[in-house]
Design a protein around this ligand. Sequence first.
Ligand SMILES: CC(C)(COP(=O)(O)OP(=O)(O)OC[C@H]1O[C@@H](n2cnc3c(N)ncnc32)[C@H](O)[C@@H]1OP(=O)(O)O)[C@@H](O)C(=O)NCCC(=O)NCCS
Length: 165
Amino acid sequence: MPEKTVGAIRQAESKDADRCGDIAVLAWQRVFDAWEKLVGPVIFAQHYDNWREAKRAEVVGLVREYPERAIVTEVDGEVVSFLTFYLPGTPGVGEIGNNAVHPDAQGQGIGERQCRRALDIFRQMGLTSATVYTGLDEGHAPARAQYRKAGFRLSTPHIRYFVEL
Ligand SMILES: CC(C)(COP(=O)(O)OP(=O)(O)OC[C@H]1O[C@@H](n2cnc3c(N)ncnc32)[C@H](O)[C@@H]1OP(=O)(O)O)[C@@H](O)C(=O)NCCC(=O)NCCS
């Protein structure tokens, strides 16, 4: 029996940009909720108060300007997720950038398959390794799970400190 998959992955088009921005804002809510709990309201307000506008602008800009460096998944003719990628400049390396799945479509393996597709694209480009940056917070737990499922195993942990003055 072939594996049952949800949705079809295709290269993004500029016209997908606004929809990807909408998905980003809905999906990243869990990440920023987690960060607010970690850093408290004062630091959160100072650093992340405008996260919705900033994340939307980043994702819309990337998909609109560089659709050839983004893929989306469609379910029943509607885009439910996206992934952007780029070449960071280190020879042979591809990097996964922003990626998110609409909350209504999460938990069905869509995120994992998008990551696998990005790795396939990197292989077809002749690249020899791939990287992605993510968080160690609870909000990023599904992201870490999807990357591990897609084959990422090696990592360097990072931390970002804050202090109120
Ligand atoms: C990360 C994201 C794209 C994953 O999309 P998805 O389609 O739900 O991913 P998948 O279904 O392929 O896999 C998600 C995995 O996370 C796991 N997961 C969900 N919640 C979890 C939690 N709280 N703790 C640990 N694992 C969790 C799921 O169980 C699943 O793994 P499984 O198949 O082994 O059960 C989606 O959660 C999202 O949009 N998150 C917000 C944006 C984000 O964090 N983007 C990545 C930035 S680096």
